[in-house]
Write a protein that binds this ligand. Sequence first.
Ligand SMILES: Cc1cc2nc3c(=O)[nH]c(=O)nc-3n(C[C@H](O)[C@H](O)[C@H](O)COP(=O)(O)O)c2cc1C
Length: 242
Amino acid sequence: MPPKKIAIVTCSTRSPRLNPTITRYVHDLLTHDPALPTQQPSSSQNKASSPNETTTDTDTEIDIDPDPNSRHITFTILDLAAQSLPLYDESVIPASLPASDPTPHYTRPHTRAWSATVRAYDAFIFVTPQYNWSIPASLKNALDYLFHEWAGKPAGMVSYGSRGGGKATDHLRAVLTGLRMRVVGTAPALVIKYTGLPVGGLSEEEERVDLDGRDVEGWRLAGLDGMMRNLGMELVCELDKE
Ligand SMILES: Cc1cc2nc3c(=O)[nH]c(=O)nc-3n(C[C@H](O)[C@H](O)[C@H](O)COP(=O)(O)O)c2cc1C
């Protein structure tokens, strides 16, 4: 059986931004935590299946079950900043397109590329900051571009912000439900108290903000690492139903 692919989506597109650091934290926790019913990561590298899919260096395939006939799960970081989507400019209504193959019906090349990228995944974890009590426009924009590519797939959410970002995931849950995604219940909200961002732009290589250990310890003590493992398990259970 081919591996089920889970995208961990980086949703903020500004620079500098904290999102890549938080996404990597989620990725590392899910791929390495022994509480998940996994073997140690095999570190196999998966090639991108679309030209717009990036950061394959963080792809990690993990064995959920040593039985070769059972399924495998891969986690891949998918960065919205790398998609370079303009503010929504598609003339067709995504939900009105043929559900089985909407991709060729879009009028814009960037929509067709984004459609192909999203279709390559079986489930998603959206790692999002809270902007003014909601999600960033970059995430809403990326979601609005498509419909059938999201519909029916399991989705999880991790938020972060100075107060954890729970209001962002409240909004996001409604949006994902409107897109007919199967949103799992656990939505960890990471409070950022001490980790800071440098002022001004950062090059791509420099976009590696170190998490303040006090934040990381606070999340652990608050049980958020456990919540993220629960989220991973909930997605695996949803994929098992297929
Ligand atoms: C436009 C804007 C609005 C924000 N609104 C909130 C908010 O409502 N609640 C909150 O806890 N933090 C809020 N913040 C703080 C962000 O959560 C924090 O800056 C975080 O680092 C943003 O993620 P990013 O750096 O990956 O873009 C806001 C930040 C920005 C830039």
